[in-house]
Design a protein. Structure first.
Length: 217
């Protein structure tokens, strides 16, 4: 029988802490949330690998290092309302829920939303609501948000999503620029987003966040 608790501790000790993520709320959340229950049964043995976990159809669960460093840079507070774009089966939302007041997760497949909500409820993450709809649309009816996280890469960030961020809020995005991926943290000040470099990472571009081809005659 697999000792997932031991794998969870090893994940934190070998992938998270060495990446200069030492804040107690993040470490505690990643030690507490069972990553393996938020993936399809066939992928449970691979749940703690130090790389993006392929969920099929171009979707991944971000590797633990990338998620942890995103959360570290965002400095989520206990009274924050967080919009989590593309949490798949709910793992990232469950981790964030242990640090924030409430989380709204957005997924575009009804079956995935249903599975995520069931697992989140089973894990006691009662401050997470899963919303079904296009990822790039966010969930404006529940906002505005203090923090927005995007669980995959983007080439283009829709203004409609940025509009859901409160003034003074933060957003973490992994921008794919050719083969290079760069995570940046955006700070909304007086209605404008100011971006700062955080670290390098990589992931597939999420549906709806592709770069639109320029129109030419």
């Amino acid at each position: 029988m697999t000792d997932y608790a031991a794998r969870r501790t090893m994940m934190v000790d070998t992938q998270v802490r060495p990446s200069d993520v030492t804040k107690f709320p993040i470490i505690d959340a990643m030690l507490s949330v069972p990553r393996e229950v938020f993936v399809p049964t066939a992928l449970r043995e691979a749940a703690y690998m130090g790389e993006n976990l392929d969920l099929g159809e171009g979707r991944v669960m971000l590797d633990p290092r990338t998620l942890a460093k995103m959360l570290d840079a965002l400095e989520i507070e206990g009274d924050d309302l967080v919009l989590d774009i593309g949490p798949a089966y709910g793992y990232s939302a469950a981790v964030i829920a242990r640090m924030a007041e409430a989380v709204v997760g957005v997924e575009d497949k009804a079956a995935m939303v249903e599975e995520a909500q069931r697992t989140l409820s089973e894990q006691g993450a009662d401050n997470v609501v899963m919303h079904e709809g296009p990822l790039a649309d966010g969930a404006p009816e529940h906002g505005p948000y203090d923090v927005i996280t995007v669980q995959g890469a983007v080439a283009h960030l829709p203004e409609a999503l940025l509009a859901q961020l409160k003034d003074g809020g933060r957003i973490a995005c992994l921008f794919m620029e050719g083969a290079l991926g760069v995570v940046r943290i955006g700070y909304k000040i007086d209605g404008q987003i100011s971006w700062r470099y955080a670290f390098n990472a990589g992931a597939p571009i999420l549906p709806g966040f592709e770069r639109h081809a320029a129109f030419t005659l």
